[in-house]
Every structure is written in C-alpha cells, then in structure tokens.
Design a protein around this ligand. Structure first.
Ligand SMILES: NC(=O)c1ccc[n+]([C@@H]2O[C@H](COP(=O)([O-])OP(=O)(O)OC[C@H]3O[C@@H](n4cnc5c(N)ncnc54)[C@H](OP(=O)(O)O)[C@@H]3O)[C@@H](O)[C@H]2O)c1
Length: 255
C-alpha cells in the first residue's frame, strides 16, 4: 500500500474480497470499520485484529445506512479517509432462468444499496479532508454478457451512477472511484460453472485494489491482459460483438 490512510470503512466486508480488504488495511495500521449483515463473521474479524471495528449493516435498509454513517462519524471523529462500497449478491442467469425476483434482489443490494449509502453520506460531503469513496463494480457492467442478466445490469447502473456524480463532487471533498476486478475465487464465483480466466485469490485482488486506490486513477481494472481484452469489447461494433457473444453462448450451452 503506497498511500497511508488513517482510517477506512469497508461495506460488505464479512467475506471474500471485502474481508481481504479489511485484513490488509488493518495489518497496515489503518483503523478499519467493517459492515455487513453477518455479525458473527464481523466479530471473528474483530478478534483477529483490534484495529477492526464492526458496524453491522444491511445496505437495503436506508435508515440503517443513515444510522451507521452517524455512528462511524462519531467513532472516527469524522468520516474515514477511505470508504469501499463492496456489498453485492450474484445469481448466474441466462434467458432460460430469467427470474424477475432474483433480478430485483440483485438491483436492491448491488445498486440501491449503494444509492442508500450515498444518500446517507452526501450530507457530509463538505469534509475538511479528502474522503475517497470506491465502488466495487465489475466488467459485466461494461456490456451485456451471456449468463449475467440482472447482475450485469446492477453493475452497469452503479458505474453510471458514479460517473454521473463524479463531475459535481470533484473538489467537494469526496473523491469517487471505480474498482473493476476480474474473477476472484469467493462464494460468489463458486456459483459459476465455467472456466474463469486469470482467477485471483481475494488477497491478491485486495492488494491490487488498495495499490490502485493509493494512486489517483478513477477507473481501476485488473488483472491484465484479461481485463484489457474485456475493455476492448466496449468499443466493438454490435455486429462483431454479438457474433462473439453467440460463440460464447454456443460453447457454454448453459443459457
Ligand atoms: N468474485 C468475483 O469474481 C468478482 C468480480 C468482479 C466484481 N466483484 C465484486 O466484488 C465485490 C465482492 O464480491 P465477493 O466475490 O467477495 O462476494 P462475497 O464473498 O459474496 O462478498 C459479498 C459481501 O457483500 C456483503 N453483503 C451482501 N449483501 C449485503 C447487504 N444487503 N448488506 C450489507 N452487506 C451485504 C456480504 O456480507 P453478508 O452476507 O454478511 O451481508 C459480503 O461481505 C462485489 O461487489 C462483487 O460484485 C466480484
């Protein structure tokens, strides 16, 4: 970690990438607040390192978001230097498994959860210091991918939300960032039934994310070259893009 944050808050930090971020920050002497629904998992993290302080939270509950923002500000004497919006859920979904309830759940946690957090955080934007707020998004939000119905939409919505707010918030004290990791081995990707290129451990992904956040780049993407090629998909004309997607659909035979 190149930059020294004094304090950080990871929302969605009980497992996977979030827990790895919490551990990495805390061993680097960053006072680390952690939120998620699973209070037992948060207590386990706290026992590992006294620099980890749990604030249980369900991001789908707007009142709880306001309540915990107030509590963290009180505990930290102001907002933490780094806030990572990491909470998300995932159900793999192709057309054959199209499920409005599941899509609604993913939108509710992955997108509206971040909306709820911003609604609670924005009244505090005129901070004396700079507060970096990073949303963990996904390349599935860059362009629609087979098998990613709903999840990709929720991530595209997050990217669009952050892009929409960045211009107005620059100079306000809130420094907005996007973190787009490739595949990470967690309970989330354990649901995938295909080979995931350049699969990372949560630890490796946390190191990459924190190194990137130490710098000033808005849109962090790793690992390469996988993410470089995925990013190229964004600028392909639809005719070539759908020709490629059809090949993936035929090969996967899961949709
Ligand atoms: N794994 C990948 O390959 C990959 C790739 C690209 C992007 N991402 C993104 O990286 C982030 C972390 O994913 P992961 O793979 O580490 O998944 P994970 O292990 O399932 O972790 C998700 C975290 O979100 C929390 N969460 C879920 N619903 C919540 C809610 N309603 N309120 C508060 N917290 C909630 C979970 O805690 P509780 O269940 O305790 O609430 C957990 O701590 C996600 O944003 C994901 O979309 C993952």
């Amino acid at each position: 970690m190149k930059r020294k944050w004094k304090s950080a808050w990871v929302i969605g930090g009980s497992t996977g990438l979030g827990a790895a971020l919490v551990r990495k920050l805390a061993v680097n002497d960053v006072l680390t607040y952690v939120s998620a629904r699973n209070t037992e998992a948060l207590e386990v993290l706290k026992e590992e390192n006294p620099s980890i302080i749990p604030f249980p939270l369900d991001v789908t509950d707007p009142d709880s978001c306001v309540h915990q923002v107030t509590n963290v500000i009180k505990a930290n004497n102001g907002l933490p230097d780094l806030i990572i919006l990491n909470a998300a859920i995932y159900s793999p979904m192709g057309v054959a498994k199209f499920n409005a309830k599941e899509i609604s759940k993913m939108m509710n946690v992955n997108f509206l959860g971040i909306v709820n957090m911003f609604s609670a955080l924005l009244p505090h934007k005129k901070t004396e210091k700079q507060v970096t707020i990073a949303a963990i998004t996904s390349p599935s939000g860059w362009r629609g991918l087979p098998g990613g119905i709903g999840y990709g939409s929720s991530k595209a919505a997050v990217i669009n939300l952050i892009e929409s707010m960045k211009g107005e918030l620059d100079g306000s004290g809130f420094d907005l960032r996007l973190v787009n990791p490739g595949f990470i081995k967690t309970r989330l990707t354990d649901k995938n039934n295909f080979k995931m290129p350049q699969l990372m451990s949560p630890d490796a992904a946390a190191v990459k994310a924190l190194d990137g956040l130490s710098g000033s780049k808005f849109d962090l993407c790793f690992p390469n070259p996988f993410l470089f090629y995925l990013k190229l998909l964004r600028i392909l004309p639809y005719s070539i893009y759908f020709w490629l997607m059809k090949k993936i659909v035929d090969k996967k035979k899961v949709l």
